[in-house]
Design a protein around this ligand. Structure first.
Ligand code: ATP
Ligand code: MG
Length: 589
C-alpha cells in the first residue's frame, strides 16, 4: 500500500480499526453481502447483486445540536476509512428520540460535514434518517414478541428500577415476564394504537435478569411516548429505544463496521443479541455489522458537552453557536480554521481505546501548518505608533515590493507604498531599551522591512499621560531593500510598517481561548468561573492597502502576528478575525 501515490491523507498511519478492516477484507468476510440499492431487510437484499461497497461505515449524529471538534474526529474517521478502503460512508440522522430534534440542526450538520470535505456517496445519495425505519423496527419488535424474545412489562418505572439489581446483585424477574407471545402481541398492538398512557407498559427484550452485564437484564426496546416527531409527526405513540434502534439501523443499511465511542462497549453484547435474533428469524442479511469502540476526543481548555455549550449561548457568554471561540465546527469555520487542518488533526491524534485528552495547541498547530502553505503574507499594524521620517521629502510616495509568500516565488510580489509618515507597532519602540532589545530606540537603526534603514532621532510624549505620541527618524535613501548596495547597511532589528497616508483602517478581532484553565470548573465545580476574560479583544488596526479588497473568508498571514481571516457577512465591514497566532503562547504558561 505504501507505494500507492494516490493514497488519501493518513493512509500510511495504521490503527486497530484499520487492522480489523484489513483482516476482514483479506478473509472475504463481507464479500458475500448483497445490496438491494437502499436500506432494507433480508428480503430486499437477498437476490440483489453483490454490494459494490467493500465496507460501509456511517456517521450517525442525533440532530439535537451543532457539531463540535469531537464530532470532527468521528467524521474524519468514518468517512476517511470508507474512502481508503473502497467503501461508502452513510450520513445518517439518528432521530429516534422524538422530543429533541429539529430541522435547523439537520441542515447545519449536513453543511458541516460537507465543509469538512466529505460526501455521503458520489452524489450524496446515502443520506438516511433512522425515523424512516420506524415501520421495520416495529415489525421486528413484533417478530421478537412472536418468537418469545420480548415481552410487555407493566411494572411501574420505580418497580422496574428496583428489580434491576446492581453490579453485585442479580435482578429479579418481572411478574409479567411469563406472558404468552399472544398476550404480548395483543398488548404491544394496543400500545401502538394509543390505548395506554405514556409509561403504562414497555416492551422489553427477554434475555437474562441475572446477567452480570446489567445491559442484558431485559433492556427496554419500545416505550409509549406521545410526542410529535420532526419527520413522522403524530403517526407513532410508541418509539424504539436507542440501543435497540441503532443496531437495526446499521444492519438495514448493510453497515460493516459500526464505529462508536467507548461508553457503548458494555452495550455491544445487546447490539449483537438484537441482530443475531433478527437474523435467526430471517429478518436480516448476514454477515451482521460489528460494533467497534474507540475513545472519544476530549480537549483541555474546552467544554464540549452540548448542555454546557447551550448555556454559553443562551446566557450570552458567547455570541451564538458560531462564535469563533466555540468548539463547534460553525465556530471554527468562522474563526478561520480550515477543513484541511481538521483532517490533519484527526490523522495526527490517531485512534485508540485509551484516554484521549488533547491540548488545543495540537489543533492550532495543524491549522498553522496548513495556513502557512495557503495564506499569502500581508502587513498590518495592530497597535499603531506614528513614525515620522524627517528627511523624507514631503508629499512623496514610492513603491516597495514584498513577496506574497517567502517560500513561493511564483506567488509574486505586491507593492507597498512608502511615504514620510508610517505606522509601526508600539512595542517596536522603547524609550530606554531593555537588555537585548534591537528594535527602535533613540540613536539605534533598524530596517523597515521591504523598505529603508532608519535611525531614531527622537520622540515626543504626552506630558500628562507619559504616553509616547510620535517617534522621529532619518532614513538612508540608498538603503532600500532589493536595490544595489542596500545590504551594506547592517541592522539587528527589522520591523514592519504601513504608510500612514495609504493605510486601511479596520476592526480586528483578536480571539483567544474561551477558558483560562486546562480543566474548566475543576476548582469551583462551575466551568463558568474559569472563562478567560481576555478571550476577545476588539481593536482598530492599520492594514496595508491591498487588504481593502479582501473577500469574506480570505485568509492571510499578517507578518509577525499570526493568521487572519476576512470577516464574513454578519461581521462588521472591513473586519478581520485572528485565527491563530504564529506561535503557541499558552504551553509555556
Ligand atoms: P455529545 O455528548 O457532545 O452530545 P453525542 O455523542 O451525544 O455528543 P451524537 O450526535 O450522538 O452526539 O454523535 C454522533 C457521533 O459522533 C457518534 O457516533 C459519537 O460517537 C461521535 N462523537 C460524539 N462526540 C465525540 C467525541 N468527543 N469524540 C469522538 N467522537 C464523538
Ligand atoms: Mg448521542
Amino acid at each position: 500500500m505504501a507505494n500507492d501515490s494516490k493514497a488519501p491523507e493518513g493512509a500510511h498511519i495504521t490503527n486497530f480499526i484499520k487492522q480489523r478492516i484489513e483482516a476482514d477484507l483479506a478473509s472475504g468476510k463481507y464479500a458475500q453481502r448483497r445490496w438491494g440499492g437502499k436500506p432494507g431487510k433480508l428480503e430486499l437484499h437477498r437476490d440483489a447483486p453483490p454490494d459494490p461497497a467493500k465496507i460501509r461505515t456511517r456517521f450517525p449524529p442525533e440532530p439535537n445540536g451543532y457539531l463540535h471538534i469531537g464530532h470532527a474526529k468521528s467524521i474524519c474517521l468514518n468517512f476517511g476509512l470508507a474512502k481508503e478502503y473502497g467503501g461508502i460512508c452513510h450520513m445518517r440522522f439518528d432521530d429516534t428520540n422524538p422530543e429533541k430534534e429539529e430541522q435547523e440542526y439537520v441542515d447545519a450538520i449536513l453543511e458541516a460535514v460537507h465543509w469538512l470535505g466529505f460526501q455521503w456517496g458520489e452524489k450524496d445519495e446515502h443520506l438516511y434518517f433512522a425515523s424512516d425505519y420506524f415501520d421495520l423496527m416495529y415489525e421486528f419488535a413484533e417478530c421478537l414478541v412472536e418468537h418469545g424474545d420480548a415481552y410487555v412489562d407493566s411494572q411501574s418505572p420505580e418497580e422496574m428500577q428496583r428489580h434491576r439489581g446492581s453490579f453485585s446483585e442479580p435482578g429479579k424477574d418481572s411478574p409479567y415476564r411469563t406472558r404468552t407471545p399472544a398476550e404480548n402481541l395483543a398488548l404491544f398492538r394496543e400500545m401502538r394504537d394509543g390505548r395506554h398512557a405514556d409509561g403504562a407498559h414497555v416492551l422489553r427484550a427477554k434475555i437474562d435478569m441475572a446477567s452480570p452485564n446489567i445491559n442484558l437484564r431485559d433492556p427496554a426496546i419500545y416505550r409509549i411516548k406521545r410526542a410529535t416527531h420532526h419527520r413522522t409527526g403524530d403517526k407513532w405513540c410508541v418509539y424504539p429505544m436507542y440501543t435497540y434502534a441503532h443496531p437495526i439501523e446499521d444492519a438495514l443499511e448493510n453497515i460493516t463496521h459500526s464505529i462508536c465511542t467507548l461508553e457503548f462497549e458494555d452495550q455491544r453484547p445487546f447490539y449483537d443479541w438484537v441482530l443475531e435474533r433478527l437474523a435467526q428469524h430471517g429478518m436480516l442479511q448476514r454477515p451482521l455489522p460489528q460494533q467497534i469502540e474507540f475513545s472519544r476526543l476530549n480537549m483541555t481548555y474546552t467544554v464540549m458537552s452540548k448542555r454546557f455549550l447551550l448555556k454559553l449561548v443562551q446566557e450570552k457568554y458567547v455570541d451564538g453557536w458560531d462564535d469563533p471561540r466555540m468548539p463547534t465546527l460553525v465556530g471554527a469555520h468562522r474563526r478561520g480554521f480550515t477543513p484541511e487542518g481538521f483532517r490533519l488533526f484527526a490523522e495526527r491524534i490517531g485512534v485508540s481505546k485509551s484516554d484521549n485528552l488533547i491540548d488545543p495547541s495540537v489543533l492550532e498547530d495543524c491549522m498553522r501548518e496548513h495556513l502557512n502553505e495557503v495564506a499569502p503574507r500581508r502587513v498590518a499594524v495592530l497597535d499603531p505608533l506614528k513614525l515620522v521620517i524627517d528627511n523624507y521629502p514631503e508629499g512623496q510616495t514610492e513603491e516597495c515590493f514584498a513577496p506574497n509568500h517567502p517560500q513561493k516565488a511564483d506567488w509574486g510580489k505586491r507593492s507597498l507604498p512608502f511615504s514620510k509618515e508610517v505606522w509601526i507597532e508600539r512595542e517596536d519602540f522603547a524609550e530606554t531599551p531593555p537588555k537585548g532589545y534591537f528594535r527602535l530606540f533613540p540613536g539605534n537603526a533598524v530596517r523597515l522591512k521591504y523598505g529603508f534603514v532608519v535611525r531614531c532621532t527622537g520622540y515626543s510624549k504626552d506630558s500628562d499621560t507619559g504616553e509616547i505620541t510620535e517617534v522621529h527618524c532619518d532614513y538612508h535613501p540608498d538603503s532600500k531593500s532589493g536595490t544595489p548596495g542596500a545590504d551594506t547597511y547592517k541592522t539587528k532589528g527589522v520591523i514592519h510598517w504601513v504608510s500612514a497616508a495609504h493605510a486601511v483602517e479596520a476592526e480586528v478581532r483578536l480571539y483567544d481561548r474561551l477558558f483560562k484553565v486546562a480543566t474548566p470548573g475543576k476548582a469551583t465545580g462551575n466551568y463558568l468561573d474559569d472563562l478567560n476574560p481576555d478571550s476577545l479583544k476588539v481593536i482598530r488596526a492599520y492594514l496595508e492597502p491591498s487588504l481593502k479588497d479582501a473577500k469574506a473568508e480570505e485568509r492571510f498571514q499578517f507578518e509577525r502576528h499570526g493568521y487572519f481571516v476576512a470577516g464574513t457577512a454578519g461581521d462588521s465591514d472591513a473586519s478581520f478575525i485572528r485565527t491563530v497566532t504564529l506561535r503557541d503562547s499558552w504551553t509555556a504558561k
